[in-house]
Design a protein around this ligand. Sequence first.
Ligand code: FDA
Length: 304
Amino acid sequence: MGAGLYRRTLLTISNNKLVEHLSIRYGRKLASKFIAGDTLEEAMDRTEELNGQGIMVTLDHLGEGIKDLSEAAGYREEYLKIIREIAKRKVNANVSLKPTQFGLALDPEQCYANIRAVVSEAKYSRIFVRLDMEDTPYTQATIDIIRKLHEGWLMNAGTVIQAYLFRSEEDVKALSKEKVNLRLVKGAYKEPAEVAYQNAGQVLDNFKKLIELRLKNGIYTAVASHDDKIINWTKDYAAKNNIQKDTFEFQMLYGLRMSKQAELAQEGYRVRCYVPYGAMWYPYYTRRLAEKPANLMMVLKNMF
Ligand code: FDA
């Protein structure tokens, strides 16, 4: 089965309610490979360990697609707690959040107000806030939130651009002019052929094009990938074009390629590990399994 078909099949299966029920009942222990813990305390401990290896962190309190706005208030409070804890423990970390966790699908104005509260609090402690990018119904709305925050002088917020989307080149060009800090990724959702490349090679080519657009403009960029084809290409491009190592960072997910993360940090690259924690682990976990048959095999091996 090709990589694209594998990914789409697993994403479809994981949306099935019975599969979700069985996985939640039996899967939490298996998911612990990718999740730093249930509590902020556990995530902070992991953060200190990673900082000890020269790896920076972005903390994610798991949650997305809330059904009631009162849940968004809970997430907002948890993120305020994370920010105070980062400042108190003086760890090298920032935060990543999902707009639909803050109510984007229910009430965009309230979502903006919730996110603004977090970004304002973070600004006082010089902490950066990343709005993760979800599926295409939310792409423009997420970019709009970032623009509104910047108009209000909250420049410590940025977002993510997905290389699989046709629109991304134009988005990168526009957001680069506006000096928005971006994380570049391949893209983790199931998107139709009308809006997204379905072929892995095309996604890879577009990813490289987006990295080049950013690095040559000197605007701080996170290159988030476990793929050596992306990591090595970025290293070569930076070396050939005298791009300073402090103008970009590599990012990888907690539990994946941890020795590669440490190796890059030892080579003097800025490396940040995305550390998720909390009870709402199921959708995050199934996206990881969909990305790579080897991730699924790793979980199955632990099962038996
Ligand atoms: P991919 O999984 O496609 O693997 C390609 C190749 O890389 C493999 O064939 C293998 O050669 C190598 N490889 C991968 N994993 C390996 C391993 N464990 N060991 C050895 N080799 C390995 N998506 C999104 O839509 N919105 C978002 O906001 C984010 N945010 C985000 C943050 C961070 C920090 C990361 C790393 C990723 C995201 N993503 C994301 C997910 C992203 O879009 C994408 O789905 C995954 O990163 C998988 O793509 P990769 O580029 O990592 O390689």
